[in-house]
Design a protein around this ligand. Structure first.
Ligand code: KQY
Length: 338
């Protein structure tokens, strides 16, 4: 994970965000070894707050989205771990990117692989974030058209060519394309916020029964795509609906705590944030899910606990991560053990 610091992502000096990050780190590091990256200026502060069991390394980044700027780890045919070093352009670059410069972020994957003494698969000529791809570990990838076909990613490639890159680098033979993600998700609707594998052939899909909610049409389109799909093993996809919280909107006070980005406010009061329980991290002995102080929190946790019977599902108050524009899956990155 990456220690949050960016003043136009994390309100009021990132203090509340750090508390949420710390709860995520404490939970995950109970069953996994963890590395946290931070700036030189935050080293003493982060070291003092992090559990001793967590490794802390100074590495300059533009923000704290380890899922998107870190390497996507794969195990190749020889059982060797490799990190895919995708191109990163702040979720859309000069078309609709979310910050004006991303050079530090674009070096994180390679630098982190150096730290692990891991070779990389260099694919920096293809823009892709880890939050925009999911894999079932058995040859099937899951993505959204809204993100991977967006103008700011790889406009010179066709859908077929994009799919081929995913097959070549992720080692998959089937890509399931969902049309859309979560309403107003500023990443161009990353798949990790709307749908995730809970097992090969099974997914959770963010869902609302409220047909007046703009999310309904988006989730229904993805449900239809999933019900028409088969995975790499020829299985039909079992879909578990994971209810969404009531719409989460940012307050004027929270907006006041954010710096401008390139002279512009990053949030406006009343803006709907892309809250979803699907944005969870699967650890060795836990599933770490976001909670929003919503009556639906408990039902979502119960659904995930039933789907992950061998892990403890831990809900962590995540509004302060959501204000940054993502959630727990977005700020984590698994490193398979070899
Ligand atoms: N403000 C930047 C938001 C980035 C969210 C990242 C993600 N994987 O959802």
């Amino acid at each position: 994970m990456i220690w949050p610091e960016r003043a136009d992502s994390w309100q009021y000096g990132a203090y509340a965000a750090r508390k949420a990050f710390l709860r995520v780190i404490e939970t995950i590091s109970e069953s996994e070894s963890m590395t946290v990256l931070c700036s030189e200026g935050q080293y003493d502060n982060a070291r003092a707050q992090l559990p001793d069991r967590v490794r802390l390394v100074v590495m300059e980044t533009d923000d704290a989205w380890a899922r998107d700027v870190g390497p996507t780890f794969v195990i190749n045919g020889r059982g060797e771990r490799r990190g895919i070093d995708w191109g990163f352009n702040a979720w859309g670059g000069d078309v609709d990117g979310l910050y004006p410069s991303w050079e530090k972020d674009n070096r994180v994957a390679r630098k982190f692989c150096d730290l692990l003494n891991n070779d990389v698969y260099d694919k920096r000529n293809f823009i892709c974030e880890g939050g925009s791809i999911h894999s079932d570990g058995e040859g099937t990838a899951l993505v959204t058209e809204a993100c991977l076909l967006s103008e700011g990613r790889n406009p010179d490639l066709t859908k077929t060519q994009i799919e081929q890159v995913l097959c070549d680098y992720m080692g998959v033979s089937k890509v399931i394309w969902l049309p859309r993600g979560i309403y107003n998700d500023e990443t161009n609707e990353h798949v990790d916020n709307v749908c995730a594998f809970t097992a090969p052939g099974e997914v959770v899909l963010a869902w609302t029964d409220d047909e007046t909610d703009p999310q309904y049409a988006l989730s229904k389109a993805s449900l239809d795509a999933l019900e028409a799909a088969t995975d790499a093993k020829g299985r039909r996809i079992k879909v578990h609906k994971l209810p969404l919280p009531k719409p989460v909107t940012i307050t004027a006070e929270e907006c006041d705590g954010l710096d401008l980005c390139d002279g512009e406010p990053t949030r406006t009061p009343g803006e709907r944030l892309a809250a979803s329980y699907v944005n969870f991290y699967i650890a060795n002995e836990a599933v770490v899910m976001p909670a929003f102080g919503d009556p639906m929190d408990e039902k979502a946790q119960a659904i995930l606990q039933e789907l992950f019977p061998t892990r403890k599902v831990v809900a962590i108050a995540a509004r302060d991560i959501l204000i940054g524009g993502g959630n727990i899956h977005c700020v984590t990155q698994q490193i398979p053990k070899v």
